[in-house]
Design a protein around this ligand. Structure first.
Ligand SMILES: Cc1cc2nc3c(=O)[nH]c(=O)nc-3n(C[C@H](O)[C@H](O)[C@H](O)COP(=O)(O)OP(=O)(O)OC[C@H]3O[C@@H](n4cnc5c(N)ncnc54)[C@H](O)[C@@H]3O)c2cc1C
Ligand SMILES: Cc1cc2nc3c(=O)[nH]c(=O)nc-3n(C[C@H](O)[C@H](O)[C@H](O)COP(=O)(O)O)c2cc1C
Length: 457
């Protein structure tokens, strides 16, 4: 089959797939059980790594009237026509961009829209980080565009610096919701409790083991960190994020790490424990060493405790096993990919293909034994490792994508989901460019169908 024929078959399959799987695949990832499809009140979110999705869910849970909770990409003409009020909860990503699960909404309703929003009242909780030059850019853009399309403001948008512990903006959001009788006054969290208005609780873990994965590497040190807890009821899904304050100091801005394992109680120990692993790169720039990464990798002693909050990341959940999975990443990005391979190992029914980049084949051949054993037991169908500092055939993951284009198109034609984890500028941008080159305008469909998912930073 030629590339053109493969691309055509991808296009046809995308359309059929969209019709067949519209409900089942999405609902596996997103919709909560109490979503009310008749409701005229909507909570719509755009979230790259789960924070805005978490605030949207907490808001939704507090509402006094029936509502729907949906990622923005899932909004359709039918839904919007029957909606009277929308509470948007959105973050900003990249260099002032919308998260992936808001991209197709922008394309369909803002860039080329003749849709009339005049029957809709809206407000926006806009998440960002004030250390970025485009603070809360997407929320501001969304507000101005909706006003241009004649939507009416229910109350002024609220910008939340999600990196700051206890930013008062979240209390302001709930106060405004209460003033408009969307939530009860008793549901407003006290200012000092604003942490509780996010999902998840802080849990104590003990550092049990630390392994330096790349002692000879030309790159920055990379560590595997193993934590244990005696609270074996702690649960999380593959793809979730561990939030941590450097030095457990709650006044410090949080850092985020992709959890690289799934819950597996160790019943050989008495009392039994549960383990959680991270893969952390020590960040440094000139004479400065990153605060949290150096604390976790150098200063924290074995046996010392760390407080983590596990943040659900609904956009980065493991796809159903019947769908083939293409995992792409580099460096510490193996963390987020590894958790999915562990989740799929228990079923052993899906086809999994890992394309993973590092620097030196000698010094950075990390997790080689684990990957070999997954190739042997069939949990990995294909494994491509790309090494950029290799004397023979140096390559990056995007080079592998181009070399394997025919196979990649075939997998996507067979319904594959593509998941990318790791550095945004160093790797994910180049991967995105290669995929756009292959799929062109079909990329938006892949994003909309939840078949291109990214945990990038
Ligand atoms: C969703 C998500 C998932 C993530 N998952 C992972 C993961 O699995 N593994 C992982 O390793 N990381 C991950 N990260 C990145 C991680 O959260 C931290 O950003 C990273 O560890 C750096 O934090 P730090 O405290 O060590 O560095 P910081 O102290 O925040 O410093 C950041 C950088 O700035 C430099 N710097 C600091 N102060 C100065 C100064 N005064 N002048 C000049 N330069 C300075 C530092 O050297 C460092 O390079 C993830 C991020 C996100 C958003
Ligand atoms: C790679 C990256 C880029 C970001 N870019 C911006 C930005 O341009 N403007 C901003 O206000 N916040 C920016 N942020 C901060 C996020 O908006 C903030 O962390 C938010 O809580 C993420 O929410 P989410 O998990 O729902 O995506 C960025 C964060 C990351 C990791």
């Amino acid at each position: 089959m030629s590339d053109l024929e493969r691309l055509l078959s991808v296009a046809v399959i995308l359309c059929i797939y969209a019709l067949l799987c519209r409900w089942s695949f999405r609902s596996a990832f997103s919709a909560p059980a109490n979503n009310n499809s008749e409701a005229t009140l909507l909570v719509a979110y755009a979230s790259q790594s789960g924070t805005a999705a978490g605030y949207a869910k907490t808001t939704f849970d507090k509402l006094t009237e029936p509502a729907r909770l949906l990622p923005m990409n899932e909004l359709t003409d039918d839904i919007l026509v029957s909606t009277k009020r929308v509470l948007f909860v959105v973050s900003t990503y990249g260099e002032g961009e919308a998260p992936d699960n808001g991209q197709s909404f922008i394309h369909r309703y803002l860039h080329q829209s003749s849709f009339d929003f005049s029957h809709i009242e809206f407000s926006i909780l806009s998440l960002g980080d004030s250390s970025y030059p485009n603070f809360c850019w997407f929320g501001k853009f969304l507000e101005s565009e909706l006003c241009r399309l004649h939507a009416r403001v229910l109350f002024d948008s609220i910008s939340l610096d999600a990196s700051k512990p206890n930013d008062s903006a979240i209390s302001q959001w709930y106060n405004c919701l209460a003033e408009h009788e969307l939530i009860k006054a008793s549901a407003i969290p006290a200012a000092q409790d604003s942490e509780r208005s996010t999902q998840g609780r802080w849990q104590t873990w003990i550092l049990d083991d630390r392994e330096w994965l790349n002692p000879e590497s030309p790159g920055e040190p990379l560590y595997r960190l193993v934590f244990t807890s005696q609270n074996t009821s702690i649960h999380w899904h593959a793809g979730e994020i561990a939030e941590v304050h450097p030095f457990n100091d709650t006044q410090q801005k949080i850092r985020e790490y992709s959890v690289s394992t799934i819950p597996q109680p160790n019943t050989n120990q008495i009392p039994s424990t549960i383990q959680l692993e991270l893969i952390v790169r020590v960040h440094s720039h000139q004479q400065y060493t990153g605060l949290c990464s150096s604390w976790l990798c150098y200063n924290l002693a074995i046996g010392e405790s760390v407080k983590f909050k596990l943040r659900p990341n609904p956009q980065f959940r493991t796809p159903p096993t019947e769908l083939p999975l293409i995992l792409i990443g580099s460096g510490s990005g193996y963390a987020g990919l590894r958790s999915h391979l562990k989740a799929r190992e228990s079923d052993m029914t899906g086809d999994n293909w890992l394309i993973f980049g590092e620097r030196s084949p000698q010094a950075d051949n990390i997790f080689a034994d684990e990957l070999d054993s997954w190739m042997q037991n069939g949990n990995l169908t294909h494994l491509h490792r790309a090494f950029s500092r290799c004397s023979e055939n140096p390559s990056y993951v995007q080079d592998v994508l181009r070399q394997q284009k025919a196979q990649l198109l075939q997998w996507v034609a067979n319904g594959a989901v593509i998941m990318v984890c790791g550095s945004r500028l160093g790797m994910a941008k180049a991967v995105d460019d290669a995929l756009n080159e292959f799929f062109g305008s079909h990329m938006l469909k892949l994003i909309e169908q939840g078949r291109y998912r990214r945990d990038i930073y």
